[in-house]
Design a protein around this ligand. Structure first.
Ligand code: ZN
Ligand code: ZN
Length: 366
């Protein structure tokens, strides 16, 4: 599939509207995924300085040529070590109130920026650095059509890879061997990489929600939790399935049906306008009613996009309001120490107020 160019123009316009609302003359974007989202530049170093009239991508020698190609809507400014470029550029663009990303700029970096403004003296106007949080993160929570296409590709790759690998899993294989097969299957279908280290939790290891695949041998009759994803053109997928080799015992069937029931209930009843917490509750109530409330110790889901975990949050304390265009996971689980776990995870997009499931990997049938 040939990717369409990202609609960075529309993204920058939307950001400018936000700047106006917040009475900022400009914003300095330093966080990598935000930089990529707004400019198209995928390099790992550089800053965007965006004002009402200008969009500048400041990066060093290593990335100048790449930046020109990937971010044609930005003026590329070559910078050297140090922070002197910032007062110079801010002065040239006439910025007085400059926002920065408080969740990304370190205290040390902020100190260097302030020092640079101080030592620029009369050469630079008085610039006020204003801490901002979440501006681009919130924007990224609602996906445009280009992002949806890339996400769907990343999701389909993971679905197909899971279906292929799950057929091959046999007693005697280690968790790490399964993880490696997942990686091969994902890469073989055109993914850049797995979107995170694949989790394969067999038997009691499945009770640790973020257990990494290790040398444990998978035995017949124990649940195996596989949590995996593919990254395609920067976009991440996230998929969990729980399988069992051989004949499941009665406990597995019971636990699996509760988790699946919780997941399907949430997917069928979640709606735009709910908060992340209200959405979480849809599944949590099913699990609590079945007597396993204490065994579901994580959030129901999370947004997914350029990062595996991004806005919106879909957990017991999330105040994020779910809106059309948001893409997030629905992944309830039950974990029983010493026995194992069951988690089932799909990615959904909110459309016309309801969830549409984007994942399509086979689900175990009890
Ligand atoms: Zn996952
Ligand atoms: Zn997840």
């Amino acid at each position: 599939m040939t990717a369409v160019a990202p609609a960075t123009g529309a993204r920058v316009s939307a950001l400018r509207a936000k700047l106006k609302e917040k009475e900022l003359d400009g914003i300095l974007i330093s966080e990598g995924s935000n930089r990529r989202y707004l400019s198209g530049f995928v390099g790992t170093a550089g800053f965007l300085l965006i004002t009402e009239a200008q969009a500048v991508l400041a990066t060093d020698f290593r990335y100048v040529e790449q930046a020109g190609r990937q971010a044609p809507a930005f003026r590329v400014e070559r910078i050297r070590a140090g922070s002197d470029w910032l007062p110079k550029l801010a002065g040239e663009l006439g910025v007085r109130k400059l926002g920065f990303e408080a969740e990304n700029v370190t205290v040390a970096q902020l100190g260097r920026f302030k020092d640079a403004f101080k030592s620029a003296g009369e050469a630079a106007p008085e610039v006020e650095l204003v801490a901002t949080t979440g501006i681009t993160i919130e924007q990224r929570a609602i996906k445009d059509s280009n992002e949806l296409a890339l996400l769907q590709r990343a999701i389909t790759i993971a679905d197909e890879a899971f279906d292929e690998v799950s057929e091959k899993i046999a007693p005697g294989m280690t968790e790490a061997e399964v993880a490696w097969q997942v990686e091969l299957a994902v890469r073989g279908r055109g993914a850049e990489a797995v979107s995170f280290d694949t989790i394969v939790g067999a038997g009691p290891n499945g009770a640790l929600p973020h257990h990494r695949a290790a040398d444990r041998v998978i035995r017949e009759g124990e649940p195996v939790v596989i949590d995996m994803g593919a990254r395609y053109e920067g976009y991440c997928s996230d998929l969990t399935r729980t399988i069992i080799l051989g004949k499941p015992d009665a406990r597995f069937g019971r636990v699996y049906d509760i988790v699946l029931g919780a997941q399907l209930t949430a997917i069928e009843t979640l709606a735009s306008g709910m908060t992340g917490a209200e959405c979480d509750k849809l599944a949590r109530t099913v699990i609590e009613t079945a007597g396993h409330g204490e065994d579901f110790g994580h959030s129901l889901g999370h947004g997914v996009g350029l990062e595996v975990h991004e806005s919106p949050g879909v957990g017991p304390t999330s105040k994020n309001v779910l809106e059309n265009g948001m893409v997030f996971t629905v992944e309830p689980g039950i974990y029983l120490s010493g026995w194992g776990g069951v988690r089932i995870e799909d990615v959904v997009v909110l459309e016309n107020g309801r969830a549409r499931v984007l994942s399509n990997a086979r689900k175990f049938v009890t």
